[in-house]
Design a protein around this ligand. Sequence first.
Ligand SMILES: Cc1ncc(COP(=O)(O)O)c(C=O)c1O
Length: 339
Amino acid sequence: MKIEAKKISMSNLPTPLEYLPALSKELGIELYIKRDDLTGLAMGGNKMRKLEYLAAEAVEQGATMLLTAGGAQTNHGRQTAGVAAKLGMKCVIACVDNYPGEISANILLDRLMGAEVVFQAPTGEPGQADKLIRMLIEKYEAQGEKVYYIPFGGSNEAGMPGYYECACELDAQAKEMGIGDATLISAVGSIGTYMGLWCGLRNEGSDLKLTGIAILPFGEDRDARLMEYFGQVKEKFGLECEASREDFHIETGYVRGGYNLPNADVRQAVYLMARKEAIILDPCYTGKAFAGLLDMIREGKIKQGEKVIFLHSGGHPGINTPHHRVEFERELMDGITIL
Ligand SMILES: Cc1ncc(COP(=O)(O)O)c(C=O)c1O
């Protein structure tokens, strides 16, 4: 690795890179999967890689509490709650989101691991999340806590090395399997996973290509964030690679109505992966990204015979979030016989 950063190892790395024979045959491509759903702690997922680096900074600063923010079903919140529990710290998860009238699978797990969860309905006021976070930091510091704040998705400079490291790991695995020039496909939310992968691949001279699939609307603000984020990590880690907006390939046309909404195509993609390869995707991120991948094959953006690596970034507890689970149950009832 050409960059240096401290981390606290808490997850099962390296994660496997596996060939998917049945799906490859079905889809006419050479499909592989990077199993970052198997990172381990707190049911695993992509955020563990970033959190290992963020946790090192938190410990160095003497933190007693991790405070982070996300939506009502944040996987990042769950993994942060797990890291805090493991390190003997307190944890607070702030959701600038309407309380959905249900406890999402992840919030149930957050509470199980002892994290506190705070909801504040969106007001549309600019800077609302920052204000809420400042208020919470002040509140807990007044109570004697030393708070370490982790932004949405752990997607800042300090978390970036997690997926830079994954890019190096994956490049070595792909070369060993003879697919060093494959296309890597990853879901894109708060951008940290994609940015870490992009920087790792390009800065280390890998031949792997990278395509992101946005799982929420990707407007001008996110375009701007991409370039701002790249500038920040380039400066912090002294990256040699250069980038302009066109160098970041992110498909933005497979959002399917919006963030975390139940969607029939996404459920079909989840069934396909489960029934052909016994791997469980989630309805918010990986199922949507995989549905996008299937569209890209149909549309000829991914060619027959092409080598593709799908990043499984975790999130599977989400199938048990009530508003998704009710749809799965409705569709799956037909295979349950009551004698
Ligand atoms: C399961 C899963 N996959 C992918 C992502 C997207 O990663 P990022 O936010 O780094 O873009 C997330 C983010 O929350 C996630 O929980």
